[in-house]
Ligand binder design. Structure first.
Ligand SMILES: Nc1ncnc2c1ncn2[C@@H]1O[C@H](COP(=O)(O)OP(=O)(O)OP(=O)(O)O)[C@@H](O)[C@H]1O
Length: 254
């Protein structure tokens, strides 16, 4: 599904991502872990087209997407959530979703000015899709609440619903369980499994090791921009290089 070949991103003298090659299989949950500053976010920025690589190649679903812009990559089926979910705080959850969907649909300025039939039809479809996305992530009950009033866990679910607007094949989730309590983390993990059940491929960055170890099919470990390991949770847990660099001897003992 996603093939990364010798991907490098340099910022001045610093290689934030250095010569990474890896492949992520379709319909699986892939996790990227590593200490702060290891290059995880930069890696996501490269895959999603937010920044161009210095060198290397990114092939998504058989197409070379290296150097494409974020909107072009999104069009091909890669969608993304961010560590912080930015919402229109005074608007309802449903309206946030409708705006999110509208931004991704096709009417041009002339349609808006002329208020065409196509525009009206798109608006209707957006409302239906927004409602469907909220149902999918388990938020129909808060659809009319003001965004400012919902919990951190609900915000995370809204981020998922927004990312689903483009009907992606692959979802990049940046700390999907960041700032949510352990019970809610289980719920977020279940939602990720549901996405995969519905045919999506997931790639996530997460610091919550219990969640990752229970959820991921494959883990890539970054350290100082380099891939130091990849494998199943069991392989990663017992990898001496990972233990040394990242997990620490306490985790190994556990
Ligand atoms: N635009 C930029 N310009 C210069 N340096 C950058 C830029 N973006 C990231 N870096 C540097 O690249 C390195 C990797 O950063 P990155 O944010 O990708 O790490 P991370 O693993 O996502 O960290 P965290 O877990 O803290 O989010 C860091 O040293 C960071 O300071």
């Amino acid at each position: 599904m996603l093939e990364i070949q010798n991907l490098t991103k340099r910022f001045g003298g610093l290689s934030a991502v250095h010569d990474i090659s890896i492949s992520f299989e379709k319909n699986k949950i892939n996790a990227i872990i590593g200490p702060n500053g290891a290059g995880k976010t930069t890696f996501f920025n490269l895959i999603s087209g937010a920044i161009p690589p210095t060198s290397g190649k990114i092939v998504f679903d058989g197409k070379d997407v290296t150097g494409l812009r974020a909107d072009q990559v999104a069009q091909l089926g890669v969608s993304r959530t961010f560590q912080a979910t930015t919402l229109f705080e005074r608007a309802s959850v449903l309206d946030n979703l409708i705006v999110g969907h509208r931004l991704r649909t096709k009417s041009g300025l002339m349609d808006v000015l002329l208020n065409t039939r196509r525009l009206k039809e798109e608006e209707r479809i957006c409302r239906v899709k927004a409602q469907e996305a909220l149902d999918f992530v388990g938020l129909s009950h808060v659809s009319h609440r003001i965004a400012a009033d919902i919990s951190q866990e609900e915000r995370k679910r809204v981020a998922f619903a927004l990312a689903l607007a483009t009907e992606p094949k692959m979802l990049l989730l940046d700390e999907p369980a960041g700032g949510v309590n352990p019970e809610e983390t289980v719920g977020i993990a279940e939602l990720i499994q549901k996405l995969v059940k519905h045919g999506m491929t997931v790639c996530l960055i997460e610091h919550k090791m219990d969640m990752i170890m229970n959820l991921a099919d494959k883990i890539m470990v970054l350290n100082y921009g380099e891939k130091i390991a990849e494998g199943t949770p069991a392989q990663i847990r017992s990898n001496p290089i990972v233990i040394e660099a990242y997990l620490g001897s306490e985790n190994a003992a556990a």
